[in-house]
Ligand binder design. Structure first.
Ligand SMILES: Cc1cc2nc3c(=O)[nH]c(=O)nc-3n(C[C@H](O)[C@H](O)[C@H](O)COP(=O)(O)OP(=O)(O)OC[C@H]3O[C@@H](n4cnc5c(N)ncnc54)[C@H](O)[C@@H]3O)c2cc1C
Length: 371
């Protein structure tokens, strides 16, 4: 049986970014069920980094991460947040939240917002105000995953693809991890299985944390205007977002949250229709035949905050889960946290500087809540 120091379950952005850091400290293996990294949530994301996030902790992790991203994984790209009628208070709240981390953000009139995105409708059903962040980031999930994979391999680590973890047990000081092709003995297991995080824990006899997958739908369609350079445009409350894909295509989501079991998520027809309808309501666009559609799972802890920490009842079993709709944009900071927590290193200055502590991320907080 092969011995490793760190065995990471799941080659999404969470698992790979953490593994690349852990590989500097000991032998690291990532077991991935699929035949390549990023098949699930990480490869289906809208891949944008901004501060329109409800939780302070997520905004703080985003601020730390934005400073750490490197091209080509992240490029500056503007973000425009628009209020529909009744969302004026949400726009005020967003502006206040935003200023803590990105004071350059600017309030725009409806007319000024329309200069950036000319199809935005005003009047009935249209927008009533906007906020512009010229320094948000467009992320490239594939480039980020590949950079982490290369860093992992350069440090002597590896990814085992088509290696679903089927059983887990603690023997002595080690976790014995079974996959169909091989078994491994690991000092530490990092559970970065995304929507399957609770399932993986339960395989090892560890109580679930209540990580809940919620399905989100995306459509893309061609438009008869040049959208290159348009900002990522998102309503501040229920509504939609749109994002340019090249010059003649838009990506849109109705920001749905459909309940789902952990699975290869597929778009539901009613969510696809909702995406098209919401875009048509608030813009002058008509959504023609779709170029593509897909769905992915965003997995949340009960308090909708990310988890990075050892399970209090299972020595050597580390949770890295609950990245919800912010797993890409918080991944550099989360990977630093995992490195420090797993190896017993000093708490990173980058996290200290934004006020994030280990306790905020700990799995214990959810056990205390359940108790
Ligand atoms: C439509 C959509 C839009 C989004 N937009 C954004 C955005 O703009 N910005 C942002 O930051 N985030 C966004 N997100 C969220 C982001 O994609 C996720 O938070 C992130 O990808 C989660 O990463 P992960 O590594 O935890 O999960 P995943 O990428 O799902 O990786 C988990 C991996 O674990 C593997 N696995 C599971 N069980 C096992 C097992 N037993 N053995 C081995 N491997 C296993 C799976 O195959 C999978 O590859 C979006 C998500 C969706 C769906």
């Amino acid at each position: 049986m092969k011995q490793v120091d760190y065995l990471v379950i799941g080659a999404g952005i969470a698992g790979l970014s953490a593994a690349a850091r852990l590989a500097r400290h000991g032998e690291t293996l990532v077991c991935e069920a699929e035949d390549a990294p990023g098949v699930h949530s990480s490869g289906r994301s809208a891949a944008f980094a901004h501060f329109d996030m409800d939780a302070w902790l997520v905004r703080a992790l985003t601020a730390a991460s934005i400073a750490l991203f490197e091209a080509p994984g992240a490029q500056p790209h503007p973000a425009l947040f628009v209020a529909l009628s009744g969302q004026e208070d949400a726009l005020d709240r967003l502006e206040a939240n935003y200023r803590e981390w990105a004071p350059h953000v600017r309030r725009l009139s409806v007319a000024a917002a329309q200069e950036h995105v000319p199809v935005l409708r005003d009047g009935d059903g249209g927008i009533v105000g906007a906020l512009l962040d010229l320094q948000a980031r467009k992320l490239d999930a594939h480039a980020l995953l590949e950079a982490h994979r290369k860093a992992l391999v350069a440090a002597g680590g590896s990814v085992a693809a088509k290696a679903p973890v089927t059983a887990l047990r603690h023997e002595g000081e080690r976790w014995i991890v079974d996959t169909p092709g091989a078994s491994y003995a690991a000092r530490v297991v990092v559970n970065a299985a995304g929507a399957w995080a609770d399932t993986v824990a339960q395989m090892g006899g560890i109580a679930a944390l209540g990580i809940t997958p919620l399905r989100r739908t995306v459509i893309t369609f061609d438009v008869p205007i040049n959208v290159k350079g348009w900002p990522f445009t998102k309503t501040v409350g229920p509504g939609f977002y749109i994002e340019p894909e090249g010059s003649g295509r838009l990506l849109a989501s109705p920001m749905d949250e459909g309940e789902s079991a952990p699975c290869d998520a597929q778009p539901e027809e009613e969510d696809v229709a909702l995406a098209a309808w919401r875009v048509e309501e608030a813009t002058t666009l008509t959504v023609p035949r779709l170029a593509s559609k897909w769905a992915g799972l965003r997995s949340f802890a009960p308090d909708r905050l990310p988890v990075a920490g050892f399970d209090p009842s299972a020595p050597g079993f580390f949770w890295l889960a609950g990245q919800g709709g912010f797993g890409l944009q918080t991944s550099p900071a989360m990977a630093l946290a995992v490195e420090a927590l797993v190896t017993g290193g000093a708490w990173p200055e980058e996290l200290h500087a934004v006020g994030v502590t280990p306790q905020m991320l700990a799995a214990e907080r959810l056990r205390a809540r359940a108790g």
